[in-house]
Ligand binder design. Sequence first.
Ligand code: NDP
Length: 486
Amino acid sequence: MPKEERPIIRTTAGNPVCDNQNSLTAGPRGPVVLEDHYLIEKLAHQNRERIPERTVHAKGWGAHGTLTITHDISKYTKAKVLQPGATCPMIARFSTVAGELGAADAERDVHGFALKFYTEDGNWDMTGNNTPVFFVRDPLKFPDFIHTQKRHPRTNLRSPTAMWDFWSLSPESLHQVTILMSDRGIPQAPMYMNGYSSHTYSLINAKNERIWVKMHFKTCQGHKFYTNAESMEVIGKSRESFQEALFGGIERGEYPKWKFQIQVMTDEQAEKFIFNPFDLTKVWPHADFPMIDVGILELNRNVDNYFSEIENLAFSPSNIVPGIGYSPDKMLQARIFSYADAHRYRLGTHYESIPVNRPKCPVYNYHKDGAMRTFRNDPGNPDCYYEPNSFNGPVEDPTCKEPPLKLDGYVDRYNHRDGNDDYTQPGNLFRIFSAQEKQNLFNNIADAMHGVPKEIIERQLVHFTKADPAYGEGARKALIAKGVLK
Ligand code: NDP
């Protein structure tokens, strides 16, 4: 473009800038004069370029896409976004959990699998992971767990001792530890992993009947993963391998897809289920709760601006639409609070009005003002700033009220480890691994335990053995073979 047709640089107030090369100085050797407000504006903006990175899930990759409903689950849900034939624009963000913003992509970690659907009833966020379970089942332990994944206060290094100390003292983590240390611990790129709601949610139909649900997004690209050795090689060449694969693939027109399926459980089945169906460390066996096809998720458009569309992207499990509800899962209950709170801190009170987070439907409520309230604080009529009012202000919609949830029992601090079987399901997973997958699991565990004190290793081996004696034995042999355990 000829220079005269290019846009003019302006200050943030819109005034044309005459010189973007030379500061305003007293004489050619300086000093700089205070009057150079454009220099000051540039430096001040640079100082404010960073926003707090996410405490967890800081490193992420995402893209826009579409959810298409191909099957009829209307007997379970009235959610408009889940009716047969519905298509809904959406955006996905995948992430590692522990690494900071600059961490390498191909690291062994649980991976976030967060989806925001822009439905006509507002945003529905599915803030899942690439694993169907989690390390802890009581949210009181979540900050402790995350501290073990982050840097040691003195060394400022990640600490395998802290990780295995916590895991070996928290048997409920064994299921997730087994998945993390398995082949699926290092996917090759987001397209090659499944997503799971992990939590139990509920679906509510047109008769206002509730059924419990778990959601699964199964990769159509197949599972592809790196071994530890391969990931080291990949990271040696590029720390951005996921971004390259996801962004590059979509640019080339290779649109990744996932099959959206659900499992459902009635109240009667929930009563009889051998485990607490709301325990985040457990899955629902496929044989008892078969998969039901729902639709296809496709990612087909890269973002135009990573910061404004991915860094500013804010998911919260509190964002649900009529026809989808929560469950008593204690971890879900905590996340309903914690995610929105994290965004208020990270992005500000009005984070939901940032374009990528803004619902596609009109939003009216009686919240007022605050920092960066750049949009009207009334529904078009300035007399409507309280409720009830006589000026046709927005009103509640009782049709989206959920059916009552029957609960019984006393308020208490119940020991979540009392009588809880933490070993059968990790053992079941171990037993479906091939001989090679088992050996990879043992080797990955041994690699991850370098430098961990013997008593912690021995305590963890007890858990592996309780899941399956061959699990404990194989892990011990690999630890000895790699010189980690004498
Ligand atoms: P199934 O044999 O019906 O299912 C086994 C599941 O294991 C499949 O979904 C498979 O995923 C998944 N799987 C295979 N390798 C791994 C791995 N390295 N990490 C995580 N998942 C893996 O058995 P059940 O339903 O009875 O479950 C048995 C065990 O399978 C469970 O204890 C649990 O650990 C694991 N699992 C179960 C899930 C469930 O919702 N029931 C979901 C995911 C795992 P895929 O279909 O992609 O091949």
